[in-house]
Design a protein around this ligand. Structure first.
Ligand code: PMV
Length: 330
């Protein structure tokens, strides 16, 4: 088997990852917790063959420079493990709605790790795939499994104990929804990678952020277990504010919120008191992701869509982990 295809979905953190203790190995300072999303996906085919060099394309766009180098680094790790020297052709297709405001890096990193491992004939389980995906993009390690996943910080210097494990399958809470309120369709000015590095290096609040995550994580886990939306929502909001507060404390500050971001956040207490529990989280960008229940999703979507500055909304429930598909991209 020299060719394999994998499909994976993005994930959104309920308790965020923000900051690496090891840049090269992509090791976090703290654990994080996420939900894998259904619907949106990246499908990636990898084929090892007689090529002069690795080549890769996403949605028909040929990758070069830093983007290609990131894929080659993952292929190199797989080749090393499999004792392979052949170069690879990689093609990825995404079905993310245009300007979904969702980073495709987690889905792409997970699909690449799996497709490359399978094409190389490796018998890699979820733990190995999660570690490999982590090296491509930290949050990608949480897209190997479906439902709700916790990325363990780990202690080992080589990163062998820093990977994600499923804490609840997608069927645990099928009514949970995330509504993405897209407030900007342009690439963010500061990438997660740069923003977190700068925060670790220059924010005096960074140690407090790391310390506070333990409490947030324990509460989020308990609320998730009990399917307590108000409990989970309150932790998510607090944790997102804490992440953004430590970034805003950097020198110079890293600020991702825009006026429309705040307008969405301000609309949520009104929805809650009108009987539609809705709580936000916010990644390293201006687009809030609102947690609610399926019965209220249309109402929440409608309310958010009416806010000036909200360009569109996308709704998704809990999705599956990475898996093999027969239909190759090429
Ligand atoms: O994995 P990266 O480098 O895309 O960083 C993700 C950082 C956040 O999305 C802000 C938080 C998270 O845990 O996903």
């Amino acid at each position: 088997m020299a060719k394999a295809t994998a499909i994976a979905h993005p994930n959104i953190a309920l308790v965020k990852y923000w900051g690496k203790r090891d840049e090269a190995l992509v090791l976090p300072h703290q654990p994080s917790l996420s939900m894998t999303l259904e619907g949106l996906s990246a499908t990636t085919t990898v084929e090892f063959g007689d090529l002069a060099q690795d080549e890769a394309a996403i949605d028909g766009r040929r990758l070069e420079g830093g983007e290609l180098a990131r894929i080659v680094r993952t292929l190199d790790l797989v080749r090393e493990r499999a004792g392979l020297s052949k170069r690879a052709r990689v093609a990825s297709r995404t079905d993310f709605p245009q300007a979904a405001g969702l980073a495709s890096s987690a889905a792409g990193g997970a699909a690449l790790a799996a497709a490359a491992s399978w094409a190389a004939g490796l018998d890699a389980g979820p733990r190995e795939l999660s570690i490999l995906a982590r090296r491509n993009s930290g949050s990608a390690c949480r897209s190997i499994e479906g439902g709700f996943c916790e990325w363990r910080r780990g202690e080992a210097a080589d990163g062998s104990d820093s990977y994600a494990v499923q804490v609840a399958p997608e069927g645990h809470w099928p009514e949970l929804r995330m509504v993405v309120a897209v407030c900007s369709d342009t690439a963010k000015a500061v990438s997660s990678r740069d923003g977190m590095r700068h925060t670790v290096q220059s924010s005096p609040y960074y140690p407090a952020w790391v310390e506070a995550v333990a409490e947030d994580l324990a509460e989020a886990r308990a609320a998730l277990r009990a399917r307590d939306l108000d409990g989970l929502g309150a932790v998510c909001e607090r944790n997102a504010w804490r992440m953004h507060a430590t970034a805003m404390g950097a020198k110079p500050p890293v600020v991702y919120v825009r006026p429309a971001t705040l307008a969405v956040i301000e609309a949520l207490p009104g929805l809650r008191s009108a009987g539609a529990p809705a709580w936000f989280t916010l990644d390293a960008g201006p687009n809030p992701v609102v947690l609610c229940l399926s019965r209220d999703a249309a109402r929440v979507q409608q309310a958010l869509a009416a806010i000036p500055g909200v360009l569109k909304t996308v709704v998704a429930g809990p999705g599956q982990g990475v898996r093999k598909v027969e239909q190759a991209v090429f």
